[in-house]
Design a protein around this ligand. Structure first.
Ligand code: FPP
Length: 239
C-alpha cells in the first residue's frame, strides 16, 4: 500500500463526479466523444484502485437527467458506450468480485440500455469484494421526489405513521438505501459544484475537487485523493 495512505483511515465509499471529458478532448483538437471514450478507461482505473485499496463502494455519476440536453450524436455515443461497457466488462467485474448496481430513473432510457443494465446486474450479483454503483439518468432531487412519493403512499396505505417519519425513513426510500453514505466525494475538472448528485447522502462527505479532467484521472490520482482524505479531521458537527 502507498506509504502516505493510512490503512486505518480509508473511506468506505467514494463517489465521483466524472467531469471534463469534453474539455479534455477539445483541448487536444479531438471531438468531445473521444473524451468520453477515454473516460471509460478512467472508470477502470478508479475501480481497480479501489479494489487494491480495499474500498468497498464506488459510485460514479455516469449520466445525469440533465445530460439529455446534449446533442443527439453525443447522447447516442454515451448510451452506446454505457451499453458496451456493461456488456464487455461484465466478465472482468465478475472475475474481480465486483457487484454492479445502477441508480437513477429507468423512464427515458432505451430498452436496449435497460436490458444491458439488467443483464449486467444479474451476472454480477454475487460480487463480494466491491460494489460499483453507476448513476445513470440520475438526479438527486428526482430521487428525493421518488422517495417522498413512496413514503406518502405508505402513509396512505397505513404502513407508516407520520409521527414515525425520521431521517432513516428517508434514507430507506432513496435509491441508495443499500449502501453507506459516501465518505469522500471527488469532482474532476475544477468546477466547485455538486450538480444534483447525492445531495442527501453527501451531508458529511469530505469534498475533493481536482483540476485534472476525468480522462486523465488515473489510479495514482485516486490513491492521492485517499491519502488526502486520511489527513482530514472529520467531526460530524462535533469538535
Ligand atoms: C462529464 O464530462 C462526463 C459525462 C457527462 C459522462 C461520463 C461518462 C463517462 C466517463 C463515460 C463512460 C462511463 C462509464 C461508466 C463506462 P463533460 O462531457 O460534461 O465534460 P465538459 O464539462 O468538459 O464538457
Amino acid at each position: 500500500m502507498n506509504e502516505s495512505i493510512d490503512p486505518n483511515r480509508l473511506p468506505k465509499h467514494i463517489a465521483i463526479i466524472m467531469d471534463g471529458n469534453g474539455r479534455w478532448a477539445r483541448s487536444r483538437g479531438l471531438p468531445r466523444i473521444e473524451g468520453h471514450r477515454q473516460g471509460a478507461n478512467s472508470v477502470e482505473a478508479a475501480l481497480t484502485a479501489c479494489g487494491e485499496l480495499g474500498i468497498p463502494y464506488l459510485t460514479l455519476y455516469a449520466f445525469s437527467n440533465e445530460n439529455w440536453k446534449r446533442p443527439k450524436e453525443e447522447l447516442d455515443f454515451l448510451m452506446g458506450l454505457l451499453r458496451t461497457y456493461l456488456a464487455n466488462q461484465t466478465e472482468r467485474l465478475i472475475k474481480n468480485g465486483v457487484r454492479l448496481q445502477v441508480i437513477g430513473r429507468r423512464d427515458g432510457l432505451s430498452p436496449d440500455v435497460i436490458d444491458a443494465i439488467d443483464q449486467a446486474i444479474e451476472k454480477c450479483k454475487d460480487g463480494a469484494m466491491q460494489t460499483l454503483v453507476l448513476a445513470i439518468n440520475y438526479g438527486s432531487r428526482q430521487e428525493i421526489v421518488d422517495a417522498v412519493r413512496e413514503i406518502a403512499f405508505d402513509v396512505q396505505q397505513g404502513r407508516i405513521n407520520i409521527e414515525s417519519i425520521d431521517e432513516s425513513t428517508i434514507a430507506k426510500h432513496l435509491y441508495t438505501r443499500d449502501y453507506p453514505d459516501p465518505d469522500l466525494l471527488i469532482r474532476t475538472s475544477g468546477e466547485m459544484r455538486i450538480s444534483n448528485f447525492l445531495l442527501w447522502q453527501i451531508s458529511y462527505a469530505e469534498l475533493l475537487v481536482t483540476s485534472k479532467a476525468w480522462p486523465e484521472f488515473g489510479k495514482e490520482d485516486l490513491y492521492a485523493a485517499v491519502a488526502q482524505y486520511g489527513k482530514r479531521n472529520r467531526r460530524f458537527g462535533g469538535i
